[in-house]
Design a binder for this molecule. Structure first.
Ligand code: PLP
Length: 394
């Protein structure tokens, strides 16, 4: 095995070396070493890919669908995405020029931010949030301006947003993720309309990460693109809605002129997404079977959420209102202090339940834990029993 040549590490991109370790996967890996641990850590559906999507991928392979697709994805998938966005969220995008298929929402976020950020540029991010945004902004040489939402039930209010815009008038973009990872909080139609009003007269590009849009339990998801079509890049994908995390299919939709450079950059990064995965996603977004599969999974998530929320309340946790995604963001009981990393570490080692410390998600997360209920009810029940025992013994 080769040893890296001396001094070579100095050649690394200095933005990369500035990156703070994200921690989620490391924490999960460390906790996984505890024998018999129950994990409520990762944001990954525990369901298998539904049969209709699997069959579409198999057919694609059998039919030798094995050549480079267009950089923005197959036309069939872009049409299915346009149908999905119109049917579910009343959004109107042309499959030719206004939609690009990406390798997961992850690469979509990278492409969108790459198209916007020059070194030193600011991006507004409502926190606590998915840490990848900060990492990508840092790698691109930009600066994340965190807007702590913890004192407004993890909802970004128009006043808070306006105040931040006033303090950072040159910011290029606003990243909004709802339903939210890690809080499970989402926004009503009115709240989205009010945020849109606060942004409308600015030149901010809204990067709306709506990857959990299909997983809302009470009410309905409203895309901010409905109010700000000319300045929003909507990100979504099949990972969460269709349990297709490993297929790596996401997409970006936005106004044509802006999508030109975003799509060009995305194409440079990936050439194109994988044919068989795109075939599966075409069924996911374009068929009734795809819609039904999501509804069935959503029903199961809702039962788990209701159970977990009730149980955590009874154990003395305070929760953000978790109306979407598959996360509960719970403040550790007052009697247990405010150190989420210490609490989560002890809970893993002594209580044999793994959850993610809230401070890993940026400003406002301290004192909280993220519990993912993308796992079986059996695991959730066992976790609750163990948390109860841990709190008694602590
Ligand atoms: C808010 C958010 N955006 C994007 C992603 C990544 O999605 P994908 O698997 O499509 O890359 C995740 C995954 O956890 C997420 O929580």
């Amino acid at each position: 095995m080769p040893a890296t040549k001396a001094n070579l590490m100095k050649q690394l991109n200095s933005n990369f070396t500035r990156l703070k370790p994200v921690g989620i996967r490391e924490f999960d890996a460390k906790a996984s070493a505890v024998p018999g641990i129950v994990k409520l850590t990762l944001g990954e559906p525990d369901f298998n890919v539904p049969d209709a999507m699997k069959q579409a991928a198999i057919d694609s392979i059998t039919n030798n669908d094995s050549h480079y697709a267009p950089g923005v994805g197959t036309l069939a998938l872009r049409k299915a995405i346009a149908h999905f966005l119109a049917d579910r969220y009343q959004l109107d995008y042309d499959p030719n020029g206004e939609i690009a298929v990406t390798v997961g929402a992850t690469q979509g976020i990278y492409a969108a931010l790459s198209a916007l950020i020059n070194p030193g540029d600011e991006v507004l991010v409502a926190t606590p949030t998915f840490p990848l945004y900060m990492a990508i902004i840092t790698i691109l040489g930009g600066k994340a301006v965190e807007i702590d939402t913890s004192d407004s039930d993890f909802v970004l209010t128009p006043d808070k947003l306006k105040a931040t815009i006033n303090n950072h008038p040159q910011a290029k973009a606003l990243i909004l993720n709802y339903p939210s990872n890690p809080t499970g909080v989402t926004y009503s139609r009115q709240q989205i309309a009010d945020l849109a009003t606060a942004v409308k007269d600015t030149n901010l590009v809204v990067i709306a990460d709506e990857i959990y849009s299909e997983l809302i339990y009470d009410g309905h998801h409203t895309s901010i693109a409905e109010f700000l079509p000319g300045q929003t890049l909507v990100l979504n994908g099949a990972s969460k809605s269709h349990a297709m995390t490993g297929y790596r299919i996401g997409f970006i939709a936005g106004p044509k002129e802006l999508m030109g450079p975003v799509s060009a950059l995305s194409g440079m990064m990936i050439t194109s997404a994988t044919d068989s995965a795109m075939a599966a996603a075409t069924t996911a977004f374009g068929s009734e079977a795809g819609r039904q599969a999501t509804l069935e999974m959503k029903q199961a998530y809702q039962e788990r959420r209701d159970f977990l929320v009730h149980a955590l309340h009874q154990l003395g946790f305070q929760l953000a209102t978790p109306n979407g995604a598959f996360y509960v963001f719970a403040h550790i009981p007052a009697s247990a202090g405010n150190d989420d990393v210490a609490f989560a570490t002890a809970l893993a080692e002594q209580g044999r339940v793994a959850v993610i410390p809230g401070s890993y998600f940026g400003a406002g997360g301290q004192g909280y834990l993220r519990l993912s209920y993308a796992t079986s009810m059996e695991n959730i029940k066992l976790a609750v029993e163990r948390i109860a025992t841990f709190l008694k013994e602590d």
